[in-house]
Design a protein. Structure first.
Length: 363
């Protein structure tokens, strides 16, 4: 039996869980108020505050650090890496400590916190399938401008975990399957998996693909340029760098159109007869379906299943519209919600049990 501590820092909370193998002893979300976080100009400055909060929780729960077999942190915005479980090393820590505005994200604290706690008791610290997982074929990297390369940034942890779950339900190894796997959350990732490798994905953070509850998705590039510079028909609306990025990721999608990121609220409006809400929500489903179709071509039509996961997979309305457009492509498997904490624990267990080799960052 392996006792594992899992730490998943988010923008306003730190999720903490302790597992004995796959069984949770507890899973808790430590909420951080805006007042608490306002004292720290940068996310990295929150390190000591969050470490103290995690250690206090473990003490309250009666979890002795010496009882842990490993500590797992949510992977951050590292250089592109293949999928897998990585032991935290000095190169990884140095990368995550860089004060780079482009790469500032709460998940960067995951490996730092895991490493500190693991060092105190002499056990390994790991990360599993961070957002920067990159298994693209070279042909998928090319854009229409040589200065701009297509990037693999996705909900890799959940996408990989649910792929393995779907493979188990299909009774076949993940490494033998071709899947289109879709994560529906605040951002939306639509991915092509060919025999265990995620070979293409829309750039879900701030790039391409369907618009989402909080993200703008793919946009007409010419209009984006004109908006940035306040050129007709967008006179007087020119954007700062920070304002534009917030518009793309955080204030885009459903938030921009309807003023809410809540699918429950949007569906309530539709039920009440709001035709605008229905049109926008159906347009999101339309774009999701279109991206699934695009990934079907990446796999040359040889698809064992379409797998759909994430919080929005609870929506019968949204899924109904998507099914209507893609059910002809392949069977559809739906796994609503996500369990990142368990996925992180399972990644470490595969290594500790010898089922999978530990990967080395920067090797």
């Amino acid at each position: 039996m392996h006792r594992l501590l899992v730490i998943n820092p988010g923008s306003t909370s730190t999720k903490v869980a302790v597992y004995e193998d796959e069984q949770p002893l507890f899973v808790e979300s430590l909420r951080h108020s805006s007042d608490d976080l306002a004292a720290y100009p940068h996310i990295l400055d929150q390190y000591g505050f969050r470490l103290e909060a995690v250690l206090k929780l473990l003490e309250e729960r009666g979890i002795a650090l010496a009882s842990l077999a490993a500590v797992i942190g949510r992977g951050g915005l590292l250089a592109p890496i293949p999928s897998g479980t990585y032991r935290v090393n000095d190169r990884m820590l140095a990368r995550l400590r860089q004060r780079d505005k482009e790469r500032e994200h709460a998940s960067n604290l995951g490996a730092l916190l895991a490493d500190e706690i693991a060092r105190r008791v002499g056990v390994p610290a790991f990360i599993v399938d961070p957002v920067c997982v990159d298994e693209f074929d070279d042909v998928a990297r090319i854009s229409g401008l040589p200065e701009i390369e297509r990037k693999s940034l996705s909900h890799a942890l959940n996408l990989k975990a649910v792929s393995r779950r779907a493979a188990a339900d299909l009774g076949r190894p993940y490494g033998e399957l071709n899947l289109v796997v879709v994560h529906l959350g605040g951002g939306i990732s639509v991915t092509a998996h060919r025999r265990g490798r995620m070979i293409d994905v829309n750039q879900a953070l701030d790039g391409t693909g369907p618009f989402a509850p909080e993200r703008a998705g793919g946009l007409p590039v010419g209009d984006v340029v004109r908006l940035c510079f306040g050129v007709a028909p967008y006179e007087g609306l020119e954007m700062t760098y920070e304002k534009m990025f917030k518009k793309l990721a955080g204030r885009g999608g459903l938030v921009a159109h309807l003023g809410t990121n809540s699918a429950v609220e949007v569906e309530r409006r539709i039920t009440a007869g709001d035709s605008r809400a229905r049109l926008v929500y159906e347009a999101m489903a339309y774009q999701i379906a279109k991206e699934i179709g695009a990934m079907a071509t990446v796999l040359m039509g040889q698809i064992d299943a379409i797998v759909i996961t994430g919080g929005l997979a609870h929506s019968d309305v949204l899924l109904g519209w998507v099914r209507d457009r893609v059910a002809w492509i392949a069977p559809i498997l739906v796994y609503p919600g996500e369990d990142e904490m368990l996925a992180l624990a399972q990644g470490a267990l595969r290594v500790l049990r010898g089922e999978e080799a530990t990967r080395t960052y920067g090797a």
